[in-house]
Design a protein around this ligand. Structure first.
Ligand code: TMP
Length: 197
């Protein structure tokens, strides 16, 4: 099974991806955890470039760099893990590109999806957990030192939130919206229910 976590920076995805991996391992599942962008030697180098506050990257270059890191991660890690029956838990995947590059950068959801389907051999998750917080809460939780994307203006993040809502409407069979507010253990219980653990 392939599970991805999505949401704004500061939505608690990384914590929840780790808690789900722990619970799934305790239940005897073989779990492979990955994060995007990155997760491979080549992908981590692309990540450094993408998140460098000094880097000047045009919108389509940005979308293609995220897709390149993703293509490498699928080929090197995700596909082999799924082929041997492991569960893959991803901290971000294609839907981040749809919300950040497709909607917030204005490249178009259909256009960015097309590129990503080509890059991944059309691999989409079985379940995507979209963690939602009331407007403004994610911004309060974001790191003090912002990377190139986090340092975008508040209207950019509002547009990303709208992008994720659009993604949830487009893919209702795959995407489950989970309330990310409250103690992490309570959120984790909602996430486990959503993946049938
Ligand atoms: P992270 O903070 O979750 O590691 O993600 C790094 C940043 O990259 C985050 O601000 C969201 C952004 N991002 C995109 O813009 N498009 C993508 O496809 C992915 C995976 C991340």
């Amino acid at each position: 099974m392939f599970i991805s976590f999505e949401g704004l920076d500061g939505s608690g995805k990384t914590t929840q991806a780790a808690l789900l991996a722990e619970a799934a391992r305790a239940a005897g599942w073989e779990v492979v955890s990955v994060r995007e962008p990155g997760g491979t030697a080549a992908g981590e180098r692309v990540r450094t470039l993408l998140l460098d506050p000094e880097a000047r990257i045009a919108p389509w270059a940005e979308a293609l760099l995220y897709a390149a890191a993703r293509a490498q991660l699928v080929a090197e890690v995700i596909r082999p893990a799924l082929d041997r029956g492991a569960t893959v838990i991803a901290d971000r995947y294609v839907d981040s590109s749809l919300a950040y590059q497709g909607v917030a950068r204005g490249l178009g959801v259909a256009e960015v999806l097309e590129v990503n389907l080509a890059a991944t051999g059309r691999l989409l998750p079985d379940r995507t957990i979209l963690l939602e917080l009331p407007a403004g809460r994610a911004a309060e939780r974001r790191d003090a030192v912002a990377d190139r994307i986090e340092s975008e203006a508040e209207h950019f993040h509002a547009s990303v939130a709208g992008g994720f809502a659009d993604v949830a409407r487009r893919f209702p069979d795959r995407v489950v919206v989970v309330d990310g507010s409250g103690p992490p253990a309570d959120v984790a219980a909602r996430v486990q229910a959503a993946v049938g653990l």
